[in-house]
Design a protein around this ligand. Sequence first.
Ligand code: NAD
Length: 416
Amino acid sequence: MVEHGPLFGAMLQEFEGAARILNLEPGIWKTLTHPKRQIIVSCPIQMDNGEIEVFTGYRVQYNITLGPAKGGIRYHPGVNLDEVTALAAWMTWKCAVAHIPFGGGKGGVICDPTTLSRRELEALTRRYIAEIIDAIGPEKDVPAPDVNTNEQIMAWVMDTYSMHVGHTETAVVTGKPLELGGSLGRREATGRGVMIVARESAKHVGFDIKGATVAVQGFGNVGSISAELLAGIGAKIVAVCDWKGGVYNPKGLDVTQLIAHVAQHKTVEGFAGADALDNAQLFKLDVDILIPAALENQITMDNAPAIRAKVLVEGANGPTTPDAHRHLHERGVFVVPDILANSSGVTTSYFEWVQDRYGYFWTEKEVNERLEAKMCEAFNAVLKTAIKFKVDMRTAAYIVAINRVATVTRLRGMYA
Ligand code: NAD
């Protein structure tokens, strides 16, 4: 076993629980718990003051058995190899649960992008991509945005790669602006997937989504869009919290007006016709569906015992600690795990890659219809597995993912 840190250790724990149930043979077990490739690069950049700074960048391709590595690029001072490797492993399982032909990857650069000028950010992006250029490409590894990276940065990634290979290659990266090969529906994709699995969970648990009450923590891309789409199918969004405060109206919040309020005030706080509430109060509400869509480790043993929701849909990555998850499952709360609940972001990235390679672009309706089909397929596969093995949905999602990668590994055989 290669040396690893706490985040990769957490990934291994989740892996082992499912691998044991699957009775995974030792050889495949060892293969799937080692990253295929870890790349560390130094990126010297001339700063605006004329001095040279050297930034460290990583790209990890955890597993490429099912297809090219897929995963975002993160710009953050806290980036490290343990984090990038664990996130690349989680992308492997997420792509496998979503049933798309991708492996798992992740990249990151240790930097504080808030202190960089636009020119410095562009120079850093281009140099980082130039340093890893031999390892990426539409057939090899397809990056995407993550924390502190965006459409513009993906446009620079695409341009740098294209300049090196001598032709325009849009399929090297996803999350691009629409004008250069981005996909319609990508911005709304994760929230749309959260809405779909919440709706399917209500069916399974046995309540009507029409009139079901919903509380959402976080009102950014994932939180606001899932709230808007759930309201669109008749659910009642009664509470929303963000970084600054929260709002509550038991009769239901007008989500479209709330989005307009946030566009103006940068927070839900102060929205007319609602009472104030905080995160702690939001988690305690007697609602049908609770959606954490903000940060990791929000639901812990400090607040899980007070949660009264029937269904918890993890829009965010890692919002529930393992002990809180165990507690909720034992109490009968139906938890839809992050690697399933928010996988529609990467599924739509797959659609973007397909459209770029095809050179033919789908309407938003086509994207949404295909996403609906893929999300329902993934949800049903995980639910069937949870019932078959009498396990929670998180363990079931890992079982589905590991089984898919293990099956293909066996079929391909060991080279050498
Ligand atoms: P975002 O930055 O658009 O929104 C985050 C929201 O969380 C904001 O409303 C912010 O105010 C709120 N927030 C921050 N701190 C908070 C706190 N302490 N209490 C309550 N709310 C707080 O981010 P996003 O893209 O919506 O991502 C949210 C989560 O979903 C993250 O865990 C992300 O990794 C995950 N995710 C996002 C996507 C995607 O496509 N955007 C895909 C998969 C997973």
